[in-house]
Design a protein. Structure first.
Lengths: 112, 114
Protein backbone atom coordinates (compact mmCIF):
# COMPACT_ATOMS: atom_id res chain seq x y z
CA UNK A 1 0.00 0.00 0.00
CA UNK A 2 1.41 3.37 -1.02
CA UNK A 3 1.35 5.74 1.91
CA UNK A 4 0.95 9.45 1.36
CA UNK A 5 2.31 12.46 3.22
CA UNK A 6 0.88 15.95 2.91
CA UNK A 7 1.26 19.20 4.81
CA UNK A 8 -1.31 19.37 7.58
CA UNK A 9 -2.40 22.90 6.75
CA UNK A 10 -1.80 25.81 4.41
CA UNK A 11 -2.95 29.41 4.30
CA UNK A 12 -3.46 31.50 1.20
CA UNK A 13 -5.13 34.69 0.07
CA UNK A 14 -7.83 35.12 -2.47
CA UNK A 15 -6.58 35.28 -6.04
CA UNK A 16 -3.35 33.44 -5.36
CA UNK A 17 -2.26 30.15 -6.87
CA UNK A 18 -2.02 27.35 -4.32
CA UNK A 19 0.17 24.29 -4.71
CA UNK A 20 -0.27 21.33 -2.39
CA UNK A 21 2.33 18.60 -2.61
CA UNK A 22 1.78 14.98 -1.70
CA UNK A 23 4.65 12.55 -1.17
CA UNK A 24 4.15 8.90 -2.06
CA UNK A 25 7.62 7.40 -2.07
CA UNK A 26 6.40 3.82 -2.26
CA UNK A 27 4.07 4.33 -5.19
CA UNK A 28 3.74 1.20 -7.31
CA UNK A 29 3.95 0.97 -11.08
CA UNK A 30 0.20 0.58 -11.52
CA UNK A 31 -0.84 3.19 -8.97
CA UNK A 32 -2.86 6.24 -9.96
CA UNK A 33 -2.94 9.48 -7.99
CA UNK A 34 -6.29 11.00 -7.13
CA UNK A 35 -7.18 14.15 -5.25
CA UNK A 36 -10.40 14.79 -3.37
CA UNK A 37 -11.78 17.94 -1.74
CA UNK A 38 -13.88 17.96 1.42
CA UNK A 39 -15.88 20.91 2.70
CA UNK A 40 -17.03 20.99 6.34
CA UNK A 41 -20.02 18.74 7.00
CA UNK A 42 -19.85 17.23 3.51
CA UNK A 43 -18.43 14.11 1.94
CA UNK A 44 -15.24 14.25 -0.14
CA UNK A 45 -15.58 15.24 -3.77
CA UNK A 46 -13.34 14.15 -6.67
CA UNK A 47 -11.09 16.88 -8.08
CA UNK A 48 -8.56 15.33 -10.42
CA UNK A 49 -6.66 12.14 -11.22
CA UNK A 50 -3.45 11.36 -13.04
CA UNK A 51 -0.75 8.80 -13.67
CA UNK A 52 2.19 10.83 -14.92
CA UNK A 53 3.23 14.25 -16.25
CA UNK A 54 0.45 16.82 -16.13
CA UNK A 55 -3.32 16.68 -16.04
CA UNK A 56 -5.58 19.72 -16.17
CA UNK A 57 -9.32 20.14 -15.83
CA UNK A 58 -11.63 23.04 -15.19
CA UNK A 59 -10.90 23.00 -11.48
CA UNK A 60 -7.21 22.22 -11.02
CA UNK A 61 -3.97 20.91 -12.44
CA UNK A 62 -1.99 17.92 -11.28
CA UNK A 63 1.75 17.77 -11.78
CA UNK A 64 3.52 14.43 -11.46
CA UNK A 65 7.31 14.24 -11.92
CA UNK A 66 8.96 11.43 -13.82
CA UNK A 67 9.79 9.39 -10.70
CA UNK A 68 6.16 9.70 -9.51
CA UNK A 69 7.23 9.82 -5.88
CA UNK A 70 5.27 13.00 -5.37
CA UNK A 71 2.49 14.97 -6.96
CA UNK A 72 1.38 18.57 -6.75
CA UNK A 73 -2.19 19.78 -6.87
CA UNK A 74 -2.36 23.30 -8.25
CA UNK A 75 -5.41 25.49 -7.66
CA UNK A 76 -5.34 28.66 -9.76
CA UNK A 77 -6.60 31.91 -8.29
CA UNK A 78 -8.26 30.51 -5.17
CA UNK A 79 -11.35 32.05 -3.66
CA UNK A 80 -12.81 31.86 -0.17
CA UNK A 81 -14.97 28.95 -1.30
CA UNK A 82 -11.85 26.85 -1.90
CA UNK A 83 -11.33 26.62 1.86
CA UNK A 84 -11.49 22.87 2.45
CA UNK A 85 -9.45 19.77 3.21
CA UNK A 86 -7.64 18.26 0.26
CA UNK A 87 -6.82 14.55 0.21
CA UNK A 88 -4.24 12.79 -1.89
CA UNK A 89 -5.11 9.18 -2.64
CA UNK A 90 -2.94 6.56 -4.26
CA UNK A 91 -4.17 3.21 -5.51
CA UNK A 92 -3.85 0.83 -8.40
CA UNK A 93 -6.31 -0.07 -11.11
CA UNK A 94 -8.15 -3.20 -10.23
CA UNK A 95 -7.33 -2.94 -6.55
CA UNK A 96 -9.82 -3.92 -3.95
CA UNK A 97 -11.48 -1.34 -1.78
CA UNK A 98 -9.17 -1.66 1.16
CA UNK A 99 -6.38 -0.23 -0.95
CA UNK A 100 -8.10 3.13 -0.89
CA UNK A 101 -6.01 4.88 1.71
CA UNK A 102 -6.82 8.49 2.39
CA UNK A 103 -4.03 10.42 4.07
CA UNK A 104 -4.72 12.99 6.78
CA UNK A 105 -5.32 15.65 4.16
CA UNK A 106 -4.23 19.26 3.90
CA UNK A 107 -6.49 21.90 5.43
CA UNK A 108 -6.41 24.90 3.12
CA UNK A 109 -7.61 28.21 4.52
CA UNK A 110 -8.19 30.99 2.00
CA UNK A 111 -8.15 34.41 3.56
CA UNK A 112 -9.71 37.59 2.14
CA UNK B 1 -31.30 14.85 -7.54
CA UNK B 2 -29.04 13.56 -4.81
CA UNK B 3 -26.57 11.01 -6.16
CA UNK B 4 -25.69 9.35 -2.85
CA UNK B 5 -27.97 9.86 0.11
CA UNK B 6 -27.72 8.74 3.71
CA UNK B 7 -30.17 8.66 6.59
CA UNK B 8 -30.16 9.79 9.26
CA UNK B 9 -27.87 12.80 9.10
CA UNK B 10 -27.45 12.79 12.88
CA UNK B 11 -27.74 9.85 15.24
CA UNK B 12 -27.40 10.09 19.01
CA UNK B 13 -27.69 6.92 21.03
CA UNK B 14 -26.65 5.15 24.19
CA UNK B 15 -23.82 2.70 24.61
CA UNK B 16 -24.87 -0.88 24.01
CA UNK B 17 -27.66 -0.05 21.55
CA UNK B 18 -27.95 -1.39 18.02
CA UNK B 19 -28.40 1.09 15.18
CA UNK B 20 -28.49 1.21 11.41
CA UNK B 21 -27.52 3.82 8.86
CA UNK B 22 -29.06 3.67 5.41
CA UNK B 23 -27.41 4.54 2.12
CA UNK B 24 -28.82 4.77 -1.36
CA UNK B 25 -27.23 5.71 -4.68
CA UNK B 26 -29.09 6.52 -7.87
CA UNK B 27 -26.04 6.53 -10.14
CA UNK B 28 -26.37 2.97 -11.30
CA UNK B 29 -22.99 2.12 -9.82
CA UNK B 30 -21.89 -1.42 -9.11
CA UNK B 31 -19.78 -0.70 -6.04
CA UNK B 32 -20.57 0.90 -2.72
CA UNK B 33 -18.45 1.71 0.31
CA UNK B 34 -18.60 2.71 3.93
CA UNK B 35 -15.99 5.01 5.45
CA UNK B 36 -15.43 6.20 8.99
CA UNK B 37 -14.06 9.65 9.71
CA UNK B 38 -12.93 10.14 13.28
CA UNK B 39 -12.40 13.32 15.27
CA UNK B 40 -8.92 13.72 13.81
CA UNK B 41 -10.48 13.76 10.33
CA UNK B 42 -8.80 10.54 9.19
CA UNK B 43 -10.93 8.89 6.54
CA UNK B 44 -10.71 5.11 6.73
CA UNK B 45 -12.48 2.62 4.54
CA UNK B 46 -14.56 0.03 6.36
CA UNK B 47 -16.18 -2.00 3.62
CA UNK B 48 -16.50 -2.18 -0.12
CA UNK B 49 -19.32 -4.13 -1.76
CA UNK B 50 -19.39 -5.10 -5.42
CA UNK B 51 -21.83 -7.47 -7.12
CA UNK B 52 -22.52 -9.19 -3.86
CA UNK B 53 -18.85 -9.49 -3.01
CA UNK B 54 -18.03 -7.97 0.32
CA UNK B 55 -14.52 -6.85 1.07
CA UNK B 56 -13.90 -6.02 4.66
CA UNK B 57 -11.17 -3.94 6.16
CA UNK B 58 -9.70 -6.34 8.68
CA UNK B 59 -9.48 -3.67 11.35
CA UNK B 60 -13.26 -3.22 11.47
CA UNK B 61 -14.88 -4.92 14.49
CA UNK B 62 -17.44 -7.58 13.65
CA UNK B 63 -20.05 -5.49 15.47
CA UNK B 64 -20.25 -3.64 12.16
CA UNK B 65 -22.08 -5.38 9.35
CA UNK B 66 -23.06 -4.03 5.95
CA UNK B 67 -26.30 -5.20 4.40
CA UNK B 68 -27.17 -4.76 0.74
CA UNK B 69 -30.78 -5.50 -0.23
CA UNK B 70 -30.00 -4.51 -3.83
CA UNK B 71 -27.30 -2.83 -5.89
CA UNK B 72 -28.52 0.67 -5.06
CA UNK B 73 -28.45 0.25 -1.29
CA UNK B 74 -25.78 -0.53 1.27
CA UNK B 75 -26.88 -0.15 4.86
CA UNK B 76 -24.57 -0.23 7.85
CA UNK B 77 -25.70 -2.02 10.97
CA UNK B 78 -23.84 -1.58 14.22
CA UNK B 79 -24.36 -3.82 17.24
CA UNK B 80 -23.52 -3.03 20.85
CA UNK B 81 -22.41 0.51 20.21
CA UNK B 82 -19.32 1.77 22.04
CA UNK B 83 -18.09 5.27 22.82
CA UNK B 84 -15.29 4.86 20.28
CA UNK B 85 -17.82 4.37 17.51
CA UNK B 86 -18.64 8.06 17.65
CA UNK B 87 -17.60 9.47 14.29
CA UNK B 88 -18.95 10.59 10.94
CA UNK B 89 -19.79 7.71 8.64
CA UNK B 90 -19.75 8.25 4.91
CA UNK B 91 -21.28 6.09 2.26
CA UNK B 92 -19.81 6.24 -1.26
CA UNK B 93 -20.25 4.57 -4.61
CA UNK B 94 -18.25 4.10 -7.79
CA UNK B 95 -18.88 2.54 -11.16
CA UNK B 96 -16.70 -0.44 -10.42
CA UNK B 97 -14.25 -1.79 -7.85
CA UNK B 98 -11.30 0.08 -9.26
CA UNK B 99 -9.30 2.74 -7.48
CA UNK B 100 -9.28 4.83 -10.64
CA UNK B 101 -13.07 5.09 -10.61
CA UNK B 102 -14.35 8.30 -9.12
CA UNK B 103 -16.03 7.76 -5.79
CA UNK B 104 -19.16 9.75 -5.04
CA UNK B 105 -19.72 10.36 -1.36
CA UNK B 106 -22.89 10.90 0.60
CA UNK B 107 -23.33 13.79 3.03
CA UNK B 108 -22.34 11.72 6.04
CA UNK B 109 -24.03 10.55 9.23
CA UNK B 110 -22.72 11.95 12.49
CA UNK B 111 -23.01 9.23 15.12
CA UNK B 112 -22.68 10.18 18.76
CA UNK B 113 -22.59 7.42 21.35
CA UNK B 114 -23.26 8.54 24.92
Amino acid sequence: LAKTTQPISMDSYEGQEVNITCSHNNIATNDYITWYQQFPSQGPRFIIQGYKTKVTNEVASLFIPADRKSSTLSLPRVSLSDTAVYYCLVGDRGAYGQNFVFGPGTRLSVLP
Amino acid sequence: DTAVSQTPKYLVTQMGNDKSIKCEQNLGHDTMYWYKQDSKKFLKIMFSYNNKELIINETVPNRFSPKSPDKAHLNLHINSLELGDSAVYFCASSQDLDSTDTQYFGPGTRLTVL
